[in-house]
Design a protein around this ligand. Sequence first.
Ligand code: NAP
Ligand code: ZN
Ligand code: ZN
Length: 354
Amino acid sequence: MTASIPAWAAPSAKAPLVPHPITRREPGPRDVQIEILFCGVCHSDIHMARNEWADSMPSVFPMVPGHEIVGRVTRVGADVSKFAVGDTAGVGCFVDSCHECEPCLRHHEQFCQKVAAFTYNGTEMDRKTPTYGGYSTQIVVTERYALKVPPGLELAAAAPLLCAGITTYSPLKHWKCSPDTRVGIVGLGGLGHVAVKLAASMGAEVTMLSTSRGKEADAKKLGAHAFELTSDPKNLKKLAGRFDLLVDTISVEHDLNLYLGLLKPEGAMVCLGVPPKPAPVAVMSLIYGNKTLAGSMIGGIAETQEMLDYCASKKIGADIEIIPIEKINEAYERMLKSDVRYRFVIDIASLKGT
Ligand code: NAP
Ligand code: ZN
Ligand code: ZN
């Protein structure tokens, strides 16, 4: 174990985050030790810090959230070949998996049959050692689960790509987003704004579907060709049967049937947001038009690297507001009011001395 390092944790589901020093392991032969420079704030951090997914993924406290991590390699184990000291590196939503089950062999490590070692609110594959996320100054990861951050990406703006980027890139690729696709992105937050940039970069015709009128100008700057206010039922009516693909990033309960009505026959709606409560789906919303209701969860390591390289080639980063760690509880409250443009990123230097 290394000496204790600064971190911030949620002590319980109802308490604000506070300083909570942690220890990390000494790097083993295949490990890299990363000094964390920036960590994005994902809405999943809020769901988990507040135990909102208690039924499917109960929270374990104290919890150090954060899975949008970018930093600099400070030590490497004897057998490490992918990284050298001084390289930049990223860590996303998981830090290990079994390497041998079918999903792992198919590069879908996030669906490891033994359950991946998620970056926080989980355990290492020994199933004993708790994992702690990126609201901390340092992390130790097996090199295979660390990503190369290509030159050309600004580090703070690259951090959110490690979750928001791969979560939106993967379904856009899977559902063959192209110049022939009419895509609707539902919800303009952390995931939504990256989804707009990515879908536009793939040549699709992109419509932003949002509850916040004040975000219209931004949506267009991000690359959306149209903006529709979803809080106005007249707008939804007019959009019936319009989209090939809908990417739903809403974090709270909402009527899926309403959005399914906006798909063309054979269209697909991919759910990325994870509202805490189950949503009723009327089968008629699906069968009338042979529609698909799908989900998508982050992406494997190879696809995450592909996404980072793609973003570097297209100069796509997140639009961010950098905050010191002392503002984290306020940032959570602002995200709950859809008041973030469009991702908070913690400057990890602010943890030193806390
Ligand atoms: P976020 O930045 O808070 O954005 C969520 C957006 O949802 C808001 O900006 C808002 O957009 C919209 N929204 C909020 N309240 C709404 C309401 N009452 N009705 C309609 N729309 C509403 O969150 P995020 O970090 O992008 O995460 C979004 C969701 O994806 C969360 O549930 C998160 O846990 C989940 N997630 C899933 C994965 C995955 O692998 N599937 C990965 C990461 C995150 P407008 O202001 O434009 O309406
Ligand atoms: Zn996330
Ligand atoms: Zn596995």
